[in-house]
Design a protein around this ligand. Structure first.
Ligand code: ASP
Length: 487
């Protein structure tokens, strides 16, 4: 039986959770030590002090060396698959944006329309980000995860992550200003932008080439347009190939994170984590479907059925940048967004639209303030909305950046930065959740803008197309059917 891609990924994810948590629990209960395996510094990233404190009853035997070697091998093989997948996604990110955007803009043949799409995209992105952070602030004020937080617990959590936190705070201080970020959209050298994966700069360069092509006589532009179209098809094929290993990669990535996750830390920050996750779920499963219902004909099942592979990959990788090729594939091939909108709205979204991150920053700011007994005034909370919305523009779409940008948010209202160390232990797991929300938000805006521009297939056409493409289970026959759907 041929399972759909999202089911395969979901199975990989579920197995990864079971194995990852299993390894984590084995470590904390020193079961490995009881087996006499004492000389392994870490296994799947398990804390080395667990190893150091482990005692081998009766001393290590010859089997222990073998188990140690085998566990090291499994760990390396596991990391290899996850890293390979992430590399492949990054490998395809620049070509997919470059070629599909050139082809899309050239086929649009209308610069006024382009300006309109750009205005709507950025406007909706900023509005949803401001809304998301407001939801975060409200949720944290109502739930009060930091009220009455035990001082000893706060100090012990803070001490355990103090060094890591000060590095991140240091990184935030070196950050460019919003003006620099805006100026930086224009590359000084487009080839450097391509080589260093500066996504907004790549978008700018591709836009310029696309616009230039529309200004040339058709016959002169045709060869470049044709090459861009063909290259777009090629990179989409490569994405399908990469997706073949997605379920295994998701398993590897999840095992690696969960094996290393401090479960006791998660328990002591449960109220805070649940507030963040609850807020993210509200955005993803409440607000976005509602916006789609009001502004587009896209309904719940169609939306989530189409974008679930991207959501699951975002969750596993904690990087909306690395997920971008899959997000583009899902929106175009499964949701039915036409290329000219898809290739423009999504790369910009991956870079500037961070609803999940903004919401998380709202909760984190209030949580830390409450923990230190500070009451934030309405004015201060509005400052947080403004700062976090602007900060989201400059937040890179890679793991762990949200907490670095949180420094700017905390600074804007004078909340103690040392609070960052308290929440650092659970950052990775929340990063995974917020990245999933970030990507869902990008897809929602993409569908909304596409519908308003008449660039969204009807549900019937999209279903036909999605069925014919079947994500990575694509057959050659699917291509003809896909072409027909667009005709
Ligand atoms: N990891 C997030 C993303 O890539 C950014 C963050 O919140 O750290 O979208």
């Amino acid at each position: 039986m041929k399972l759909a891609l999202h089911w395969k990924i979901l199975i990989g994810l579920a197995l990864g959770v079971v194995v990852g948590v299993g390894i984590n629990l084995l470590w904390t209960s020193n079961t490995w030590a009881a087996m006499g395996v004492n000389d392994v510094p870490t296994f799947l990233g398990a804390p080395s002090d667990a190893r150091a404190t482990a005692e081998a009853p009766g001393g290590a035997n010859a089997d222990a060396g073998f188990v140690a070697d085998a566990s090291r091998f499994v760990r390396n093989a596991n990391a290899f698959i996850g890293d390979l997948f992430m590399r492949l996604l990054r490998f395809i990110a620049v070509p997919i944006v470059l070629f599909s955007l050139i082809a899309g803009v050239a086929s649009l043949n209308d610069t006024a329309k382009l300006g309109r799409i750009g205005g709507k995209t950025i406007g909706i992105y900023l509005a949803t980000t401001a809304f998301a952070i407001t939801v975060g602030l409200l949720a944290a004020n109502v739930v009060g995860p930091g009220r009455g937080f035990p001082e000893e617990l706060r100090e012990s959590l803070r001490e355990s992550s103090a060094a890591d936190a000060s590095t991140r705070i240091g990184n935030a201080q070196d950050r460019p200003t919003t003006w620099d970020v805006l100026l930086d959209v224009v590359p000084q050298n487009p080839f450097t932008a391509l080589a260093t994966t500066e996504m907004l700069q790549v978008v700018f360069a591709a836009l310029m080439v696309g616009i230039g092509l529309t200004m040339l006589p058709k016959a002169q532009a045709a060869p470049v347009v044709r090459i861009s179209e063909t290259m777009t098809e090629v990179v989409i094929k490569v994405v399908h190939l990469i997706l073949i290993i997605a379920p295994y990669a998701v398993f590897s990535l999840i095992v690696e994170v969960l094996a290393d996750l401090g479960l006791p830390v998660l328990g002591s920050l449960a109220k805070y984590c649940l507030t963040v996750v609850g807020g993210l779920a509200f955005m993803m499963f409440g607000v976005y479907p509602l916006v789609l219902r009001v502004l587009t004909p896209v309904r719940y099942r169609r939306f989530f059925g189409a974008i679930s592979p991207a959501q699951l990959l975002a969750f596993s990788s904690a990087s909306s940048g690395a997920t971008l090729p899959v997000t583009m594939e899902c929106c175009e091939e499964r949701l039915g967004v036409k290329e000219e909108v898809n290739s423009f709205v999504l790369p910009i979204g991956a870079t500037i639209n961070m609803d999940g991150t903004a919401l998380y920053q709202g909760v984190a700011a209030v949580f830390i303030a409450q923990m230190y007994g500070m009451d934030l005034t309405i004015g201060e909370q509005l400052t947080i909305v403004l700062t976090a919305t602007l900060a989201s523009i400059g937040t890179a779409a890679v793991p762990g950046v949200g907490i670095v940008m949180l420094v700017i948010v905390l600074q804007s209202v004078g909340i103690p930065l040392e609070g960052i160390a308290v929440i650092l232990g659970v950052d990775r797991i929340l990063d995974m959740c917020r990245t999933s929300c970030n990507v869902t938000g990008d897809c929602m805006v993409c569908a909304t803008v596409a519908h308003s521009e008449g660039a969204l297939l009807s549900e019937g056409e999209a279903r036909e197309r999605a069925a014919s493409v079947g994500a990575s289970d694509e057959s050659p026959k699917a291509d003809d059917e896909r072409e027909r759907a667009y005709e």
